[in-house]
Design a protein around this ligand. Structure first.
Ligand SMILES: *[C@@H]1O[C@H](CO)[C@@H](O)[C@H](O)[C@H]1NC(C)=O
Ligand SMILES: *[C@@H]1O[C@H](CO)[C@@H](O)[C@H](O)[C@H]1NC(C)=O
Ligand SMILES: *[C@@H]1O[C@H](CO)[C@@H](O)[C@H](O)[C@H]1NC(C)=O
Ligand SMILES: *[C@@H]1O[C@H](CO)[C@@H](O)[C@H](O)[C@H]1NC(C)=O
Ligand SMILES: *[C@@H]1O[C@H](CO)[C@@H](O)[C@H](O)[C@H]1NC(C)=O
Length: 188
């Protein structure tokens, strides 16, 4: 572009539109998704879970009242989550691999009160996202104890909260027609 063309363009643009106004803050640069992944990468231990249906708290039927879990995110873009209930009534004391004389009902209880899955994860770039909040896709899942989850992309809203020395990760998702919230604490 020639200098005179640039000058003409500048002249035709009014100063108020050409210069940033005091009322409109500068648009923040979008955060690179790899930077978000690097910031989230680590190991988290489950703090608590809760569920709501139409904004009304409901018992967490699958996880019970005191589940344990570990969630990991790697910088290379892989994740894994394992969560199980701890109530003895949900956890018949079975061994692995299963024994022919094990009861199917006992294994069913364990199945209903456990969740384990892993695969790649990514940041949903269609929504605003930064190192402290946004939406992730867990998946396409490579492995899941629940067969219908294999190959799926699970949407997970994340919020990172500093609480004293702790870094907490709040993960929200839609499940069972309601909303599930899982709080995790960073351990590394
Ligand atoms: C879960 O833990 C978080 C972080 O400590 C806390 O803010 C939240 O109130 C807890 N939720 C429940 C349902 O206990
Ligand atoms: C559970 O099974 C393991 C392995 O067979 C055994 O060592 C343990 O004592 C059992 N625990 C209970 C509470 O029955
Ligand atoms: C199941 O079989 C194993 C080994 O065959 C035995 O040790 C165990 O007691 C049996 N369990 C039940 C519930 O019968
Ligand atoms: C990060 O993104 C979340 C989700 O869009 C937003 O609520 C939050 O204000 C943003 N935080 C910063 C520091 O930009
Ligand atoms: C996740 O975040 C999106 C975008 O802000 C929002 O529309 C959706 O309702 C949230 N879902 C849950 C389960 O919090």
């Amino acid at each position: 572009m020639h200098l005179h063309t640039i000058l003409a363009a500048l002249a035709s643009a009014s100063l108020t539109t050409a210069l940033p106004s005091a009322n409109t803050p500068p648009r923040s640069k979008p955060v690179k998704t790899q930077d978000i992944i690097n910031a989230l990468a680590g190991t988290y231990t489950l703090v608590n879970t809760s569920s709501t249906l139409n904004n009304v708290p409901v018992p967490d039927a699958a996880y019970g009242e005191a589940p344990v879990g570990i969630l990991t995110y790697s910088k290379s873009g892989y994740m894994s989550a394992t969560i199980v209930a701890t109530e003895p009534a949900f956890r018949p004391n079975l061994t692995f691999p299963y024994q022919e004389n094990d009861s199917d009902a006992d294994w069913a209880l364990i199945g209903k009160h456990s969740l384990g899955y892993a695969g790649p994860f990514s940041v949903n770039e269609a929504l605003p996202a930064n190192k402290t909040g946004g939406q992730l896709f867990h998946g396409p899942l490579v492995v899941a104890n629940v067969p219908t989850w294999v190959g799926t992309q699970q949407k997970r809203n994340y919020t990172v909260i500093k609480e004293g020395r702790d870094t907490l990760l709040r993960i929200g998702s839609e499940r069972g027609g309601g909303i599930g919230v899982l709080w995790w604490k960073r351990v590394d």
